[in-house]
Ligand binder design. Structure first.
Ligand SMILES: [Zn+2]
Length: 113
Protein backbone atom coordinates (compact mmCIF):
# COMPACT_ATOMS: atom_id res chain seq x y z
CA UNK A 1 0.00 0.00 0.00
CA UNK A 2 2.93 2.22 0.76
CA UNK A 3 4.10 1.74 -2.82
CA UNK A 4 0.70 2.65 -4.26
CA UNK A 5 0.45 5.98 -2.49
CA UNK A 6 4.03 6.79 -3.39
CA UNK A 7 3.28 6.19 -7.06
CA UNK A 8 0.04 8.14 -6.96
CA UNK A 9 2.15 11.04 -5.73
CA UNK A 10 4.57 10.55 -8.58
CA UNK A 11 1.73 10.53 -11.09
CA UNK A 12 0.34 13.78 -9.71
CA UNK A 13 3.77 15.40 -9.93
CA UNK A 14 4.17 14.21 -13.53
CA UNK A 15 0.76 15.55 -14.51
CA UNK A 16 1.55 18.93 -12.98
CA UNK A 17 4.90 19.08 -14.75
CA UNK A 18 3.30 18.06 -18.03
CA UNK A 19 0.97 21.04 -17.81
CA UNK A 20 3.55 23.61 -16.81
CA UNK A 21 6.30 22.31 -19.09
CA UNK A 22 4.13 21.22 -22.00
CA UNK A 23 4.99 17.59 -22.58
CA UNK A 24 2.61 14.73 -23.35
CA UNK A 25 4.52 11.55 -22.69
CA UNK A 26 7.02 10.32 -20.16
CA UNK A 27 9.51 7.97 -21.82
CA UNK A 28 11.45 7.03 -18.79
CA UNK A 29 11.62 7.91 -15.16
CA UNK A 30 14.22 7.26 -12.50
CA UNK A 31 13.22 7.08 -8.88
CA UNK A 32 15.73 7.45 -6.11
CA UNK A 33 14.81 5.03 -3.36
CA UNK A 34 16.55 5.03 -0.02
CA UNK A 35 17.38 1.66 1.50
CA UNK A 36 15.67 2.74 4.74
CA UNK A 37 12.45 3.93 3.11
CA UNK A 38 10.75 0.52 3.44
CA UNK A 39 9.84 0.53 -0.23
CA UNK A 40 10.04 -2.81 -2.00
CA UNK A 41 11.26 -2.43 -5.54
CA UNK A 42 9.34 -5.48 -6.77
CA UNK A 43 6.11 -4.14 -5.32
CA UNK A 44 6.87 -0.73 -6.77
CA UNK A 45 7.46 -2.12 -10.26
CA UNK A 46 4.25 -4.10 -10.02
CA UNK A 47 2.21 -1.14 -8.79
CA UNK A 48 3.71 1.18 -11.40
CA UNK A 49 1.85 -0.51 -14.25
CA UNK A 50 -1.54 -0.19 -12.61
CA UNK A 51 -1.10 3.32 -11.22
CA UNK A 52 0.22 4.73 -14.51
CA UNK A 53 -2.35 3.00 -16.70
CA UNK A 54 -4.13 5.59 -18.82
CA UNK A 55 -1.74 8.34 -17.75
CA UNK A 56 1.05 10.07 -19.62
CA UNK A 57 3.51 7.63 -18.07
CA UNK A 58 1.68 4.47 -19.06
CA UNK A 59 4.52 3.28 -21.29
CA UNK A 60 7.37 4.84 -19.38
CA UNK A 61 10.36 2.76 -18.49
CA UNK A 62 10.91 2.70 -14.77
CA UNK A 63 14.42 2.76 -13.31
CA UNK A 64 15.67 2.87 -9.78
CA UNK A 65 18.62 4.38 -8.10
CA UNK A 66 19.15 2.84 -4.70
CA UNK A 67 20.61 5.03 -1.99
CA UNK A 68 22.36 3.22 0.83
CA UNK A 69 21.45 4.05 4.39
CA UNK A 70 23.89 6.11 6.36
CA UNK A 71 23.75 7.76 9.74
CA UNK A 72 25.81 10.00 11.96
CA UNK A 73 26.33 8.87 15.52
CA UNK A 74 25.41 11.38 18.23
CA UNK A 75 27.94 9.81 20.58
CA UNK A 76 31.16 9.54 18.57
CA UNK A 77 30.19 11.76 15.63
CA UNK A 78 31.26 9.27 12.98
CA UNK A 79 29.32 8.15 9.95
CA UNK A 80 27.96 4.64 10.16
CA UNK A 81 26.28 2.45 7.53
CA UNK A 82 22.65 1.62 8.26
CA UNK A 83 20.86 -1.43 6.97
CA UNK A 84 17.80 -0.89 9.12
CA UNK A 85 16.22 2.15 10.73
CA UNK A 86 17.36 1.38 14.26
CA UNK A 87 20.86 0.12 13.61
CA UNK A 88 23.47 1.01 16.18
CA UNK A 89 26.73 2.82 15.41
CA UNK A 90 29.35 0.35 14.14
CA UNK A 91 32.14 2.35 15.82
CA UNK A 92 30.88 2.64 19.38
CA UNK A 93 27.65 0.65 19.52
CA UNK A 94 25.54 3.64 20.47
CA UNK A 95 21.92 3.60 19.32
CA UNK A 96 21.40 7.33 18.94
CA UNK A 97 22.13 7.70 15.29
CA UNK A 98 20.78 10.45 13.10
CA UNK A 99 19.86 9.29 9.62
CA UNK A 100 21.82 11.16 6.97
CA UNK A 101 20.69 9.27 3.89
CA UNK A 102 18.50 6.32 3.00
CA UNK A 103 15.02 7.82 3.38
CA UNK A 104 14.86 9.29 -0.12
CA UNK A 105 11.92 8.70 -2.39
CA UNK A 106 11.99 11.09 -5.27
CA UNK A 107 12.11 11.54 -9.02
CA UNK A 108 15.69 12.18 -10.11
CA UNK A 109 15.54 11.80 -13.88
CA UNK A 110 12.80 12.22 -16.38
CA UNK A 111 12.82 11.82 -20.12
CA UNK A 112 9.79 13.31 -21.78
CA UNK A 113 8.43 13.94 -25.20
ZN1 LIG B 1 29.31 5.99 17.48
Amino acid sequence: MHELSLLENVRTILEEHAQSQHFQTVENITLEIGALSCVELDALTFAFASVMKGSLAEYAELKFKRIEGQGRCFECGQLTPMIELYDVCIHCGHFRVEIVSGLEMKITELKVR
